[in-house]
Structures are given as structure tokens and as C-alpha cells.
Design a binder for this molecule. Sequence first.
Ligand SMILES: O=C(O)C1=C[C@@H](OP(=O)(O)O)[C@@H](O)[C@H](O)C1
Ligand SMILES: C=C(OP(=O)(O)O)C(=O)O
Length: 434
Amino acid sequence: MKAIIKGYGFNNFPSAKKNSVHAPASKSSMQRACAAALVRKGESIIRNPGKSNDDIAGLNVIQTLGAEVENLEDGSLKIISDGIDPVSSVVNNGEAGLGIRMFTPIVALSKKEMLINGEGSLLTRPMDFFDEVMPQLGVQIASNEGKLPIKIQGPLQPKDITIDGSLSSQFLTGLLLAYAAKDAKNVTINVTNLKSKPYVDLTLSVMESFLLKVPENRNYEAFYFDETPDTESGDFVDYTVEGDWSGGAFLLVFGAIAGNIKVAGLDIASTQADKKILEALESCGAQLLIGEKEIEVASSGDGLKAFEFDATDCPDLFPPLAALAACCKGITKITGVHRLAHKESNRALTIQEELGKMNIKVVLNDNVMEIEGTTKIKAVTVHSHHDHRIAMMCALLALKADGETTIEVAEAINKSYPDFYRHLQELNASVNFK
Ligand SMILES: O=C(O)C1=C[C@@H](OP(=O)(O)O)[C@@H](O)[C@H](O)C1
Ligand SMILES: C=C(OP(=O)(O)O)C(=O)O
């Protein structure tokens, strides 16, 4: 699918007829909720469930692993689980990186031989972590040379272990949930060089909400499950999926570069990593008004200015930050490029390539991305590289281009934010499809 977006030049975007939009549900919160509802025994209600492809994949996985999912009239979901009891020996995680890394240790709780697979970009993303770690926990594993598909046979036994957290926090998220499910006692997961730390806070917070045993976080270097047995009372759990700061970041950047808008549904008290977008918006001079229910964002009176930002622990912010930086005067420097190599695309390169087509200069200086702002954004044909965040980045800049921009493989957005183009249309953008 191609999305064709009308550009209005650098400063002429028409003010919105409806200037308020609601952020989507967070796939990080939703997928964790699915996993937590599966590993606890009992009934859980998930409110505000996400409907992205990654969320749908998560729901399919938990049903494969034995959970019952019921759609309630008010749009929420009821999950009934009696623990891991696979109904099939094949688990398909779709394209969800979090899904595969979080669910693999959970699948390994079963003693059945299971085949774990995925689709699209997930087939080329590294999974060799499991080759190294699973045998230490008593799980037999055969991967496809460190990639999918993976064959495993558990049951996983929690043990003291040391893992490398430098590639991704998602493996740790999976182990934490699996250890809690197995009622780990007096056991420590040690982690070296952990990146994306706030995502681990989100994992711990979801575990707490689902009444799972929560380990003590010792400065993100060790997670200690104490001696006390799991006290889960079997109480009913009622969880509301958080609004998504990662998708919401694109909306907030829209407000800063294309008009004054209000974004609802983002919780300022969330542990989500991408809440840090607010710091970048402040640094570049955007006007922010943070209310209890909505965040209002507008450009600065004298134009936005270049900024410096460390995105090492919030790598998903690179694409919206790149869009913001392209509209700021001067050269913006964003640290954390090394974190981007193994996302849905090799994201530093795809940002550089697609922005280059739009006349925006991006220099990759080892771990730092330098983006030179311009008022002359070119309307061209760009490509999402099957990466949802690249499609959304290009769509924002298309609004400021000097004509009509075409985004190829525009449907990539469905991975995290299926309503994205509709939300842009509600904010007065002209988006058509071919
Ligand atoms: O746990 C999560 O929900 C995620 C963690 C991050 O991955 P890394 O830990 O690999 O950086 C992030 O990029 C991804 O989109 C979602
Ligand atoms: C990298 C991402 O997700 P995941 O790793 O879960 O596929 C993302 O959403 O940008």
C-alpha cells in the first residue's frame, strides 16, 4: 500500500479542524499484560487492549499456550489461564521482537517440545542469546544459527545466572516473567551492561499489577527473587493498558512542527522509556502545556532550534526525534546509534537514507546521529523499509514538504499504530492511499 501525503511547504500547514487526538494503546504494556495474564493462574481483565499487529500476535501466542481470551461487550478482554498448557506445538510471534524474546522463556516453562517462529523482519533479528542462556536453565534448544525458527524443550528451571543486557532488554523481560511464573526462590538474574532500562521498570510494574512475585531490582545489575513463596491470592486482576508514549511521540512532534494540538491518553507517571520525548521538545523550544488529561504542544514563536539528546535507553525515539530535528535550525546530535542496528530495519541507515531523499542531511558519526535542519524539505517517493517508525517519520515530514510525498509499504504502521494515518487526517492532514 502507498500513502500519498500532501505537503504544504515549511510553514503553511492549515490549522487543525479537530485539534485533539488520543494516543494509541502501548504495545509494550499490552504484550506484557498478555504474558502476565497467561503466567498467573486465574482471571484477568485487560482494559483498553491494543489492536496493533504485535498485540494481536501476543493474544494468539497466549491462546496457543493455553489461555482463554474472551471479548467483553465494553471492548475489554477477559483472560482465563491455568498456567502454561500448550494446545499446539508451534508458536508464531508475528513480527514482534518483544513478543518472541519475552515469550520464549515462558514457552520453555512447558516440558513439551515446541517450535517458535515469527514473520517478516523478525526472521533476520538476532536470537542467539537463547542458544547461550537456555541450556544453563535446563532447556534444550536448537536455533537456526542464532535466528528463527527455534526449537526448545523445557521445563525451564530458575537458577542464578548472568546475562548480557547490551543488545536488548527484552530477553531480561522474558526471564523475569518466567522466573516469577515458576515461583523462583532465592535466585538472582545478574545483568551486565543493561540497555533500555525503563522497559524493565515497565515489566516490573506490570508484574506487580498482575500480582506476580516481583524481584528486588539491585541497580539494574541484579534482580533478586527472595525466599518467600509466591503469595498470589488468586484475586481477580483488572489492568488498563497504558497509552503509548512511543506512538504518542509522533503526535507530539506533529504538534511541534505542524500546529498546535492536544494529545490525550499519555500518563506522565508512566515508566515508559519514550516519555523522554518531552525533554527533547523542551530543549528545541517547543511550547508544552502538560495538563492532567492532555498535553498541548505547539511550535516556538521564533522557530525550533537544534538540540542534543541521549536516546540510548529509549531507542524507539530516534525516528520521531529525527523528524523533529529536521525542522529545527542547526545541527541536532542524538546519541545511541548503536542501539538501532537490530530493529525492524537497520534504523540508523534507513533514517539516513529516507531523510536524504527528502533533502535532509544525516551524518552517522559512530554512536552519534547528526541531523541538519532545513526549511526545504523535498516531496519525493520514500520507502518504509517495512519499518513502522520509518513510515511514521516520513509521514510527519511529508506535511512540511514542497508537494506530494508517496510512502511505499505504508502499511508497516500496523505493527504498532494502525490508526496513525486516520489520526493525521483528523488533524487536518491530507492522506490518501493507492
Ligand atoms: O520491552 C519493550 O517493550 C521494548 C524494548 C525496546 O527494545 P530493546 O530492549 O531491544 O531496546 C524497544 O526498542 C522495543 O520497541 C520495545
Ligand atoms: C523495535 C520495536 O519493537 P520490537 O523490538 O518489539 O519488535 C519497535 O517497536 O520499534
